[in-house]
Design a protein. Structure first.
Length: 72
């Protein structure tokens, strides 16, 4: 198994140290696996989709305009 070094903010580290029973490397490994699984699902869906990057940008712009109008 490969080792990895992570940088985390000091306040978070202090809170983690207080939770001695936690297996942080296992929690991190599971988080990495979950993120990769989510990415694989997204890629699978995108391969089957006929929507283009331009379509996504247009939809995103419309949503942002609507939200801005609602907030404005």
């Amino acid at each position: 198994m490969t080792n990895m070094t992570l940088s985390i903010p000091e306040p978070l580290f202090e809170r983690m140290k207080a939770m001695k029973e936690m297996r942080w490397s296992e929690i991190a490994r599971q988080a990495f696996e979950n993120k990769i699984r989510e990415n694989d699902i997204e890629e699978s869906l995108l391969k089957k989709s006929k929507i283009t990057a331009k379509d996504i940008e247009e939809i995103s712009s419309k949503i942002k305009r609507e939200v801005a109008q609602d907030l404005g």
